[in-house]
Design a binder for this molecule. Structure first.
Ligand code: ME8
Ligand code: MG
Length: 509
């Protein structure tokens, strides 16, 4: 059986969830739902990154102990998963005991492998990025991200990252699909080729973290702790378990490009050093921007996703985020663009197609799916287009081309709307020729079959709306393999209801 392991980043708790977090989580959810519909066994992981200086500072700023603070804040992210209808199987928190155990086990493994030594770190650190910054990277006194840096000098354990330059380059050479998109892969390769220095992996100036085994003066650097979450959730250190063996080789880490280096350089090096294989694939998407700047908690220029959902509905927001921005590139959020998509793609194109076809059937052929009579060339053509979606969409999903996934479905929506216009079921209905009545039934059957295909493929994007369409079509069998069985004539249809209302422009103002 095919398995898939899909993860989002675990989010820092220094602020409330914003549209950026929602974006990655929805994308991962669309993938997870898609693969489940193919019959694959899927594990989909979301969670929160609760340790480190940045979170500790946010706790103190809120006047709370870190423990109280993270318990409260983590709930907001769990809530986010519910509000966006994310189908994650697990929600992991790095403050859980199982995670402390896993992170310490990984550490010990690295010690045994001779990959960790003690020394002193003297250099720059950006708390906002939780990253060590090289002198050469400093731009006008700041980190490349624009974050403030501070000088740090403390006793620290180091990981022998410098030894992994060659193995990483070899690995990426042999596995060209391991980092996507290609621009991100190139970025990683040139970073590695620029030379890797050993990495400081512990801190002594604060205590909010996982203790280093055998030396509780030190807490682990938050990134080694955080990255381990992906294997904690599979039961690490038990690597012989069915869970670990089934899922780890099929791992896909979905991340934003801001955290590419941690995932594509440090993480695979830690894993290889511990005798494990790197994640199968890392896909780094672009940023949602606001006036050209990355939307971020630290910058305070974020869009509140829950207000959007309240105003426009969840499914339209889910669809918009996947359809509007080529997955992998940056994109700007705007209310106008969202309203435009809702009114054109959802209300006019898909909504209208479903509404006019299903209400026509309801009114004119007694609320039962009609029987097809003679299937003509035009019918065959549109049915073939719907059937071909299977392969097209699979190829899209295999490379996380989420925008293309939407476009391919909507091409068939457009074909179906043109078919309604050219076959004119309303004119066939008015005709006194009995042949025309039969032809009308065929046309309606073909349309219902095409709508069924569309709705089944729309499920990962807009689970609730797709479900309503399938309810109206009287369909209980909704996975991709069910598309192989033709639609049954005579199935009784439920009362059609409009699914995608238009939005007046004023709403966005
Ligand atoms: O980096 N556009 O957590 P984080 C698109 N805890 N995506 C965005 C975004 C934006 N403007 N802003 C945030 C961390 N994201 C670490 C991760 S993983 C082992 C540890 C999304 O709260 C995007 O996925 O800063 C980005 O990578 C992630 O949120 C960063 O979330
Ligand atoms: Mg961040």
């Amino acid at each position: 059986m095919t398995t898939r392991y899909i993860t989002t980043p675990i989010y820092y708790l220094n602020g409330e969830p914003h549209l950026g977090h929602v974006y990655t989580t929805i994308a991962a959810d669309v993938l997870a739902r898609y693969w489940r519909l193919t019959g694959a066994k899927v594990k989909f992981l979301v969670g929160t990154d609760e340790h480190g200086q940045k979170v500790a500072q946010a706790a103190y700023a809120a006047g709370e102990s870190p423990t109280t603070y993270v318990d409260r804040m983590s709930k907001l992210f769990v809530d986010m998963t519910h509000k966006i209808n994310a189908s994650n199987d697990v929600f992991i928190r790095t403050t859980e005991t199982r995670h402390h155990e896993a992170a310490q086990a990984l550490w010990k493994k690295l010690v045994q492998a001779g990959q960790i030594y003690e020394s002193t770190y003297a250099g720059w650190y950006a708390v906002r990025d939780e990253a060590y910054i090289e002198e050469s990277e400093i731009v006008e006194g700041k980190a490349p991200s624009g974050a403030e840096v501070e000088w740090m000098e403390e006793s620290s354990y180091f990981f022998r990252l410098s030894e992994w330059e060659r193995p990483l380059l070899d690995y990426y050479e042999e596995n060209p699909g391991a980092i996507a998109p290609v621009s991100r892969r190139n970025e990683v390769l040139s970073f590695i080729k620029g030379g890797l220095r050993d990495l400081s992996i512990s801190r002594t100036k604060f205590t909010w973290g996982i203790s280093v085994p055998d030396n509780p003066q030190h807490v682990m650097y938050v990134w080694i702790d955080a990255l381990t979450n992906y294997i904690t959730a599979l039961g690490y250190p038990n690597i012989e378990s069915k869970e670990f063996k089934e899922y780890w080789p099929e791992s896909l880490h979905l991340i934003g490009k801001d955290i590419l280096r941690f995932h594509a350089v440090y993480w695979p090096a830690f894993l290889m050093a511990a005798g494990l294989r790197p994640p199968k694939r890392i896909f780094a998407h672009g940023w949602l921007t606001c006036e050209g700047e990355k939307m971020s908690k630290s910058l305070g220029n974020v869009v509140d996703p829950f207000k959007l959902i309240e105003t426009y509905g969840l499914d339209p927001v889910r669809y918009f985020l996947m359809r509007e921005i080529p997955f992998g590139q940056d994109g700007t959020y705007s209310d106008m663009a969202l309203i435009q998509r809702i009114n054109s793609d959802l209300a006019n194109d898909l909504g209208n197609l479903v509404q006019r076809v299903l209400s026509f059937i309801h009114k004119n052929v007694g609320a039962h799916l009609p029987e097809p009579h003679e299937i003509l060339g035009v019918d065959q053509e549109i049915l073939a287009k719907a059937a071909h979606l299977h392969d097209l969409l699979r190829d899209d999903m295999e490379i996380q081309a989420l925008q293309a996934y939407c476009q391919h479905i909507w091409e068939v929506v457009a074909v179906a709307n043109r078919y309604v216009d050219s076959q004119k079921p309303w004119a066939l209905k008015k005709s006194s020729d009995p042949q025309d009545r039969l032809r009308m039934q065929t046309v309606l059957y073909v349309l219902a079959e095409v709508i069924r295909h569309i709705a089944i493929y729309v499920q990962p994007l807009m689970p609730e709306s797709a479900s309503k369409i399938l309810d109206q079509l009287g369909q209980k069998e909704r996975s991709f393999k069910d598309l192989k069985t033709p639609l049954k004539s005579g199935t009784s249809l439920n009362e059609p209801q409009p699914i995608f209302p238009r939005v007046e422009k004023e709403k966005g103002e």
